[in-house]
Design a protein around this ligand. Sequence first.
Ligand code: TYD
Length: 218
Amino acid sequence: MLRGFFITFEGGEGAGKSTQVQRLAAALRERGREVVVTREPGGSPGAEAVRHVLLSGAAEPFGSAMEAVLFAAARSDHVEQVIRPAVEGGAIVLCDRFLDSSRVYQGVTGNLAQDFMRSLERVTVNGMVPDLTIILDIDPAQGLQRAASRRGESDADRFEKETIEIHRRRRDAFLEIARSEPERYVIIDAGASPEEVAERIIGNVLQVIGETDLSEVR
Ligand code: TYD
């Protein structure tokens, strides 16, 4: 059986994460790999039940610690019900947002103590640390514009609607986290064309999963 891998995508709003997750999934499936695509908050029935509470802003009045615990509850269910069984079964799991979103959105811009965030992580991630995390880096002004045009008439969610300054702090926080642990993270300029971004992503992923023959990838 092939070894499973866990790869997460992170970054600000409108960075193109879901498009790139789909492209990578297709490229890996073409190579004969079993791929599971998932996302947070959500990804399992239990976590999907909590998703609406978080994104509607229903938990916002109770503070960022409350929100962090809800994200953690959702993550724990998602890890145990979906991610771990798939990776142990030999699949490559691609997840649109994971623990680094909590570190940045709740920890940094929610002003929560690192100790508190680390305790939550220990319980929720429970050893299921990503093999690779791809940070899609984009100027927040450009990202928010993309996110707004994608959304059309519907309202921005509780996190997207925050000020540009907060989105800038999030961008800086993702970059700082990535630079502090270069073995696990790769930073990719999401302002480039979707094709260029996809090519850089697959190059990095093939290295991590131990298939480096780039000439086969198109
Ligand atoms: P969603 O519409 O699913 O995705 P995206 O913005 O990536 O297209 O929105 C998820 C929102 O939840 C997004 O604004 C980031 C936020 N979030 C957190 O604040 N903490 C977390 O741990 C996660 C997973 C997401």
